[in-house]
Write a protein that binds this ligand. Sequence first.
Ligand code: E4P
Length: 221
Amino acid sequence: MELYIDTANLDEIKQAHDLGVLDGVTTNPSLVAKEGVDFHTRLEEICKIVSGPVSGEVVSTDAEGMLKEAEVLTKIADNIVIKLPTTVEGVKACKALSDHGVRTNLTLCFQPLQAMVVAKAGAFLVSPFLGRLDDIGADGVDLIHQIRTIYDNYGYQTKILAASIRGPKHMIDCAIAGADVATVPFKVIKQMLNHPLTDIGLKAFLEDWYKANPKPEAATV
Ligand code: E4P
C-alpha cells in the first residue's frame, strides 16, 4: 500500500519524508489556507522534497477554468497531479487532461458510481473520503470495498486513494479492503508506529542489557 501525507505543512512533509516510506502528498484548499502561504510557491517547495505524486487542487467549478488552472499547475513540476472535484465539470476536465497524459486525482468521492465514472474518464487517482462518511453515520470503509470490487470486475486502472482518514483503525480497514494508497495526516503516520508493548518491551530489554553490561560511566561510580 502506498502512503501519502495529507498536509501542506513543510515541516510535517520533511519529517514524514525522512522516514523513507513516503510515496506522495495530497493538499487541498483548506490545508493550504491553514498554512497562510502562496499556493504555487508551496507546491513548488513540496515537489523539491517529495518526488512522488503531489496533488494540487483547482478552485474553479467549470471545466474550462479547471483546465486553465491545470495548465499553470503542471508547469510547477513533473510530479504534480491535478486534483479535481468529482462533479460533472470535474469529470469533463479529467477526461481532457487524461487524454493529454496529465495525471488527475478526483476528490470528494462519496459513492461507488462516482468512482466508476472517473475511472472511465481516465483518472489516475480517486479519493473516497472515509472520515466524512463516518461523520454522518455512513460506512466509509464499505465504500472502499465497493470501489475495489467494481474496479477489479472491470479492470479499471485508477488507483483507490483512501482519504479523510482519522486514525490507525481506518488504515487497517483500508489496507484489508485493498485501497492502493492511503493519504493521512502526520499525526496518523506517527500513530501507525505506536504500541505501548513496544515501549515497555524495549525499556525492559535495555534495562536487562545494561544490568549485565554496565555503561562505562556507570561502572566507575
Ligand atoms: C484528501 O485528499 C483530503 O485532503 C483529505 O483527506 C480530507 O480529509 P478531512 O475530511 O479530514 O478534511
